[in-house]
Design a protein around this ligand. Structure first.
Ligand SMILES: NC(=O)c1ccc[n+]([C@@H]2O[C@H](COP(=O)([O-])OP(=O)(O)OC[C@H]3O[C@@H](n4cnc5c(N)ncnc54)[C@H](OP(=O)(O)O)[C@@H]3O)[C@@H](O)[C@H]2O)c1
Length: 264
């Protein structure tokens, strides 16, 4: 998968003629297209538009800088991307960013959402709907990596309901308009911090509905040392991307494909 990226379409480059930032947006997107990157086409703030990422690099906003968010964000900073960390405690994010150097920043969740052309949301599943509500229109059209899992022992009744309904569908409802890719759900946070540890022998099952978003996230997955394996759509096999299912844990890409083929 993810071989030979397609050039971005005119619709992707200019999704809304009513958009007040469309000229700046077009410049960023054209630069990204030239660099071979597909990027989000959602609303961008002036701060995010004035400083595009370096060619081939992505600006990432992390919402939830706990075990998962800090491990992935640290790896992506080391890979040369610019990352803004956010949580409910700005002082913790400032401390983390200071340790990582000039490509790391700290902000509120809304600032991180405005900063990133790609967002990672890694909060307890009970907080996901509130985060989606808080960010509102800021995530419409943006690529959002959803690492959040409903864990019954931690999240209670709502996790049982989400697992029964299908976690991919519940995330779509919580983050309306976002170009969601579920990834990093089946692997422990402790295995997300070393960009070279796995050398692509372990697969990363992912689910999504947007080909361009899946392509961008696939590259980010490789930088964490895993080989991306798309198992299906959010509403389809995406429901298995969480602990306690056959896709959880570490498997080779071939094993993931075999497991996925046996699921429905
Ligand atoms: N840990 C794993 O091995 C693992 C692996 C795969 C997926 N996951 C899933 O990934 C998600 C995060 O797991 P984690 O282990 O990283 O959790 P964690 O260490 O508890 O971190 C959660 C983060 O979310 C932030 N947060 C909570 N509510 C928020 C809100 N309303 N707005 C903004 N930020 C908020 C917390 O901020 P404060 O600290 O400031 O409250 C914290 O930074 C969970 O859904 C989990 O199931 C975890």
């Amino acid at each position: 998968m993810n071989k030979g990226k397609q050039p971005m379409s005119q619709q992707e480059l200019n999704p809304s003629a009513d958009d007040p930032h469309r000229h700046t947006r077009r410049t960023i997107l054209q630069a990204a297209a030239l660099a071979g990157l597909a990027v989000a086409t959602g609303p961008l703030t002036l701060a995010a538009t004035t400083q595009p990422a370096a060619p081939g690099k992505i600006k990432l906003g992390i919402i939830g800088s706990g075990r998962v968010g800090s491990a992935l964000g640290t790896t992506w900073v080391k890979a040369g991307h610019e990352v803004m960390f956010s949580s409910q405690h700005l002082e913790n994010d400032k401390e983390l960013a200071a340790k990582l150097g000039k490509n790391a920043h700290a902000g509120t969740p809304r600032e991180a959402a405005a900063f990133g052309t790609v967002l990672l949301i890694a909060v307890p599943y009970t907080a996901l709907a509130a985060v989606g509500k808080d960010l509102g229109e800021m995530i419409r059209g943006k690529i959002v990596i959803d690492a959040c899992n409903p864990i019954v022992a931690r999240d209670g009744e709502m996790a049982t309901a989400a697992r029964e309904r299908g976690v991919g569908l519940v995330s779509i409802e919580a983050l309306p308009g976002a170009r969601i890719v579920r990834a990093f759900n089946a692997i422990q946070a402790a295995k997300m911090g070393d960009a070279t540890a796995n050398t692509q022998t372990i697969g990363m099952p992912m689910a999504g509905d947007d080909a361009a978003a899946i392509s961008v996230v696939s590259d980010l997955v490789r930088e964490v040392g895993y080989e991306p394996v798309l198992v299906g759509t959010l509403a389809g096999l995406g429901k298995y991307l969480m602990p306690g299912t056959p896709l959880a844990g570490e498997h080779s890409p071939a094993e993931i494909r075999t497991i996925a083929a046996g699921l429905k």
